[in-house]
Design a protein. Structure first.
Length: 121
């Protein structure tokens, strides 16, 4: 029974790791406001966590990222009152106009995963 639980735990960890798409620097550098389309972003980064429709036909794509690499002091409320050196931004977003062309974006988590600086506007 103990062996089954270990295998199940390892499979669970593998599934969580597989849920996060690997993003490469060339994919991030290809994102350009005024040029990149909605379809290109979804093809590159996968389906968003949520999608918001704004007045006037604009659309916002949100990608939520869990912070698995935080320490216990950073994850437990009020346990870490003075150190705020970790990245608290857990969303990447893309804003499109009504024609589906990218207007603005910020992708701190995708950029961190690719090992580059956030090129967001």
């Amino acid at each position: 029974m103990g062996g089954f639980l270990r295998v199940a735990a390892l499979l669970g960890i593998g599934l969580v790791a597989a849920c996060t798409p690997k993003v490469f620097p060339d994919q991030i550098s290809a994102v350009k406001p005024g040029q990149t389309t909605y379809e290109q972003v979804v093809d590159t980064f996968g389906l968003p966590t949520s999608e918001l429709m704004l007045a006037g036909g604009s659309k916002v794509l949100l990608y939520y990222h869990d912070q698995f690499d935080r320490s216990a002091g950073q994850m437990i409320p009020f346990a870490n009152l003075f150190d705020t050196s970790y990245d608290r931004t857990i969303y990447d977003y893309f804003i499109f106009n009504r024609e589906g062309v990218l207007q603005s974006f910020s992708i701190p988590q995708f950029a961190r995963g690719a090992g580059v600086e956030n090129p967001g506007t």
